[in-house]
Each structure stands twice: as structure tokens, then as C-alpha cells.
Design a protein around this ligand. Structure first.
Ligand code: GLC
Length: 600
């Protein structure tokens, strides 16, 4: 008889939740893999390092640990930030000086040779990209970060592997076990699916299938032709990914960014996004982590219409079994809020930001939004079409005007570039935060001041709305668009490199960086004082240019217009940033933030 270890107790308690997902996904075949899955869980649990097991216990006792006012995230490519993992260890002090508590490293795992979609074509999930270092380096980094209470997050690209991953190579070599890890279709079948599918990269990688002669058919490739979609209808894929994820957790990763999770399940006659089975897969991964590595967070990257995003936190499945709520991800990107912030700036109106903040309430316990103003991807305009439909009869036309403005239309202060659009189609925009907010185009002190304010405004939206506000590397220093990718044959076709500059460490002492990072620190300090974190709520304001957000004990006002506006009666309130009392007819300047806390 087994000694009742914490894992065995959790297995007994949560195993049924995991088995339920297998049954839903695979029927009785699903239950046939249970003994093998259980063996994987026990093996990985036995290998869990003592420091991680201690973290498991601490976090089980404090499950809301990451929904805290002082949480701040940072996302970066290792090479562009610090060259190597070893080099990054030398820059943890920069993260600490900003107050970072969560670090998402992009493109860390071994990627495909040549073009790898910025590292999202993974050739080996269990090795670090050799240019960057080794898994031993990562373990040292994770330990150093833990000393500073910073949790390390890595991407788990689970929709696809690279075409040179060992599984894909075995499939190409004719191994039937691994061939069944992928979707290989005949021409007619592929065409039948294609009729209902959308396209992620319509100009650089049109279509969703790639003819691969060695595979004898059309391989499903939602993204680039070298990213082969995994066949999650095959329970062997579930076993392989659960095993991979738990091994990574044992290396010291405390969070997984589940990349492109909307796409996991394919069903003819649908757009193959956000299928119920995609949710069951995530719930299975969550249950496996909750059993073996409960300190670990799951973060959903689902860039989909606003209404389809909250289900990635999990769902209440009724009362036919204990508990009712089946959790998925602890964190979910609030992509719509990010898009809305930029639309708000372009339109000089808080209408859309207001709508999205209002739609972002009601989080389950032990969950939070990941909020952000920019990341390594484009700003994809389509996500908010549904939200604008309630505000404007022609949301696409309205978004197209906003996108063109940010792409630098005549008279615009923004310096973005269209992504995957030919000018007529609405898709995405690229650009660093500073270039999009006007710093690149600014020629006078006043224009620079306005750009700084717009940057602070969007950082305030991210911080005051209670999410795990995550900065993208270089934005704290005001780095501008980087056009050098155009000279690199592996990157020239991919406009998102525009906003993935190399960190300029010398820039940190310059005026722009001091101002922008000073504003970020002040906003974070204000949020800590407010005690606010978690689901946001709006406050009514007198003008459509002004967004009001309740953050803990505080009221935060964001002026999206280029004019000063009246906030209303705030007598008895205190400006937390300026540290001055606020009067009864407070004004707020162009593109400015007023963070009001109750007077002591
Ligand atoms: C996610 C990543 C993006 C990548 C895509 C395919 O959306 O953020 O950079 O291109 O997945 O892996």
C-alpha cells in the first residue's frame, strides 16, 4: 500500500476531474490511457525538487497569491534583452528596480533552424535554445528569480511543433505512431475544412494547410508552413504534452503561457477555434498541474472576440459532480482591453475602453487578467468588433479609421505599420509603445510631453484595471521602432520584428526612460496603496473622453482626449501620484491620469 503523500492525496481528490476531461475528449479510449497518465503523474511528482514542493505547499495555503496589488509582469526575448540566460541573471536587478514579480521569457526553448516564428516553432520542448544557454542555466536563473519573488514563465506552444521536432521527423520517416500526432488530410478534405477557417497570417502564410510530399498529404498548419498543428484528438498527444509540461515545471518554471489555445480542436463545419474540447484539454492540463505541481500558473493566450475569452478561466459545469466549477487558466490575457486602449487614444474617446473594463468583471476566485499595453505581437483589431457593434453600426469601418491613425495616417502622431493587411483589409498594427504613442514623431518638448502622457495613460489602464500588468521589454525605456529586421532574410517578411528591438541599456539613463519608468513606478506604488487587484469596475464620468476605474479604495480617471476636462467633485480625495489634495472641481489635463485615493 502506498504511503499517503501530498501527491497521492491530490491524485485521489483531483484525479476524477482529470478523468472526466479524458472521457469527454476521447470516450472510453480516454480511460484506457488513465493508468499510463497516472504513472506519468507519479513519476514526475517523485522527481519534483524539494524547493518546488515547498512552493507547492505555500501556494496551496495562499491560492490568491498572484492576485495581489504589487504584482507586475515583464515579458522579453532572452537574446534581445540580455544575450543569454546567464546574461539575464546579471540583469535581474533591473527587473527588481521596476518591481517586477513575474517574468515571461519568449523563445527560450530550442527552436527550429532558420525562421522559427520568433521561437514559436519549437524543435525540442525540453532543451533550451543552444544560443541562449542550457537548462542548468535556466534552473539557476529560476532560483535567483525566486529569491526576488519573481515567478518564471515559459511558453508552452501546444497547438503545434516545428517541422523539425523529433515527433515530426519520425512522422515524416513513416512512423505511424508519430504520424498520428499530426493532421494529414487529402486535398478534398482539407478544402472542406478550409471553407470555414479564418487565416492568421493571410499575406505571409495564406491558408491553413501545407502540402508535405513526405507525409503524403496536406498537413494542418494554422500558422506558418513549418508549424505543424498537433492532433489533440489523439490521446497520445495528451500524454506527451502532460509529461513535457510537468518536466518543465520541475525545472523551476512557475507559469506556462499556453500559446494559441483557441486552435487546439478541429471540427469540420466550424472555424476550429474555441471548441468545447479545447477547454477540456486545458482543464486536463490544469488538473495534472494541480496534482503534481500546484504552485504553477497557467496563462491563456486566446486572441479571440471578447465574449469568448472568459471561458478560458474555467466554467461551472452544474451540480452533477462535486464542486461544480472546473478551472482552466489562472491568468488570461485581456487582449481586448489592450486593443481598446489604443482605439481610445486614436479616437480620443473612452467609449471602447469603458465597454471592455465593464465586460472584464466577475472573475472566479484564484484567477486574474493579464493586462498589458504592448507585447511581442501585433495589435489585432478584430477582437473588439463585437464590442464596438453596440456603440457603432459599422464597427469595422470605425476600427479601420483607428488602425490607420495608429499606422501613421496624415496628421497622426503615431508611427505604427499595418500587419498582414494590404491597406483595405483590417488585420493588425505593429510598432513599439513609444512609436505608437508619438515619441518617435515628436519634435518639440510639448509633443514629447504628450507622448509620455499617452504612454502613462495606457500603462495606467493596464495597472489600474487590476490585472497582472505586464510590461513588454524596452517599453519602460521608450525604445522606438527597429527597422533592422528588414535586412535579415529570416525575419524580413515578418513585420512584428518592428517592435522587438534589442534592449538599449544606455538608454535607461536618458530622459525618456527616466520619465516612463518613473511613471510606471508611481502607478504601481499607487495601486499598492489602493489595495486593488483582480476584477475591475467602472465609475461613471461626466464626459465620454474620461474613463473612471475603481481600483481598491481608489478612483482612477484617464483622460483620452487632447483637452483638459473636468472630473467632478473629488473633495476629500488625495492625488496619490502628485501627493496633493484634490479640490471639488478637479480638472485633468490632456491624456492625463488622476489617481485619487481617500484622504487619510
Ligand atoms: C502566439 C504568439 C505568436 C505566434 C503564434 C503562433 O500568438 O504570441 O507570436 O506567432 O502564437 O505560435
Amino acid at each position: 500500500m502506498r504511503v499517503s503523500s501530498p501527491t497521492e492525496r491530490r491524485l485521489a481528490a483531483l484525479g476524477p476531474r482529470l478523468r472526466r476531461q479524458l472521457e469527454r475528449l476521447y470516450g472510453s479510449t480516454g480511460l484506457a490511457i488513465w493508468p499510463r497518465l497516472e504513472a506519468i503523474l507519479r513519476e514526475r511528482a517523485a522527481e519534483r525538487p524539494a524547493a518546488m514542493a515547498a512552493l507547492d505547499e505555500a501556494r496551496l495555503a495562499d491560492p490568491d497569491w498572484f492576485v495581489a496589488p504589487d504584482m507586475l509582469g515583464y515579458s522579453t526575448y532572452v537574446d534581445r534583452f540580455a544575450g543569454t540566460v546567464e546574461g539575464l541573471i546579471g540583469h535581474v536587478d533591473h527587473l527588481e528596480s521596476l518591481g517586477v514579480r513575474y517574468l515571461h521569457l519568449l523563445a527560450l526553448l530550442k527552436a527550429r533552424e532558420g525562421d522559427s516564428d520568433g521561437g514559436f516553432a519549437v524543435a525540442d520542448y525540453l532543451s533550451v535554445e543552444p544560443r541562449l544557454g542550457t537548462m542548468a542555466d535556466v534552473e539557476r536563473l529560476a532560483a535567483r528569480l525566486r529569491e526576488g519573488r519573481i515567478s518564471l514563465c515559459v511558453d508552452l506552444a501546444l497547438n503545434h511543433t516545428a517541422d523539425d521536432h523529433a515527433w515530426a521527423q519520425a512522422a515524416r520517416d513513416g512512423d505511424p505512431h508519430y504520424r498520428a500526432f499530426y493532421h494529414v488530410l487529402g486535398d478534398d478534405e482539407a478544402q472542406a475544412y478550409e471553407a470555414d477557417l479564418l487565416q492568421v497570417f493571410p499575406t505571409t502564410a495564406p491558408g491553413n494547410f501545407t502540402h508535405v510530399p513526405a507525409m503524403g498529404g496536406q498537413v494542418w498548419t494554422t500558422f506558418y508552413p513549418f508549424q505543424w498543428d498537433l492532433n489533440w484528438a489523439n490521446p497520445e498527444v495528451m500524454l506527451a504534452i502532460v509529461d513535457t509540461m510537468l518536466r518543465l515545471a520541475n525545472h523551476g518554471f512557475e507559469a506556462f503561457r499556453l500559446d494559441s489555445i483557441a486552435f487546439l480542436w478541429k471540427q469540420l463545419g466550424t472555424d476550429c477555434r474555441n471548441r468545447p474540447q479545447a477547454h477540456y484539454i486545458v482543464r486536463a492540463l490544469r488538473a495534472a498541474l494541480d496534482i503534481v505541481a500546484p504552485a504553477t500558473l497557467l496563462k491563456a493566450e486566446a486572441i479571440v472576440p471578447t465574449a469568448l475569452v472568459p471561458p478560458y478561466f474555467g466554467a461551472d459545469e452544474g451540480s452533477d459532480w462535486d464542486g461544480g466549477f472546473e478551472p482552466e487558466c489562472h491568468l488570461v490575457y485581456n487582449n481586448s482591453l489592450m486593443v481598446a486602449g489604443w482605439v481610445g487614444l486614436a479616437e480620443q474617446s473612452a467609449a471602447l475602453p469603458h465597454a471592455i473594463v465593464a465586460a472584464s468583471g466577475g472573475l472566479p476566485r484564484g484567477a486574474n487578467w493579464l493586462s498589458y499595453a504592448r507585447c511581442h505581437d501585433d495589435i489585432g483589431w478584430g477582437a473588439v468588433i463585437g464590442d464596438l457593434a453596440g456603440i457603432d453600426p459599422d464597427p469595422v469601418a470605425r476600427l479601420t479609421i483607428a488602425a490607420k491613425f495608429l499606422d501613421g495616417a496624415d496628421g497622426s502622431w503615431a508611427r505604427g505599420e499595418p500587419f498582414q493587411s494590404d491597406g483595405s483589409v483590417l488585420h493588425g498594427s505593429n510598432g513599439t509603445m513609444a512609436s505608437l504613442a508619438g515619441l518617435e514623431a515628436a519634435r518639440t518638448d510639448e509633443e514629447r510631453e504628450h507622448a509620455f502622457r499617452r504612454i502613462a495613460l495606457l500603462n495606467a489602464l493596464s495597472i489600474a484595471s487590476g490585472g497582472l500588468a505586464t510590461l513588454y521589454m524596452g517599453d519602460e525605456a521608450g525604445l522606438l521602432n527597429d527597422h533592422s529586421y528588414r535586412d535579415d532574410p529570416d525575419r524580413a517578411h515578418e513585420g512584428r520584428w518592428l517592435h522587438r528591438p534589442v534592449m538599449d541599456w544606455d538608454a535607461l539613463d536618458r530622459v525618456a526612460a527616466l520619465r516612463i519608468s518613473g511613471d510606471i513606478r508611481a502607478l504601481r506604488t499607487a495601486r499598492i496603496a489602493s489595495g486593488g487587484a483582480g476584477a475591475p469596475a467602472t465609475i461613471a464620468t461626466s464626459t465620454s473622453a474620461l474613463l473612471g476605474i475603481a481600483c481598491g479604495s481608489d478612483r482612477v480617471f484617464l483622460n483620452f482626449s487632447p483637452h483638459a476636462v473636468q472630473v467632478g467633485d473629488l473633495a476629500g480625495w488625495h492625488d496619490r501620484v502628485a501627493d496633493t489634495p484634490i479640490g471639488d472641481d478637479a480638472m485633468i489635463g490632456p491624456w492625463s491620469v488622476l489617481w485619487a485615493g481617500p484622504s487619510a
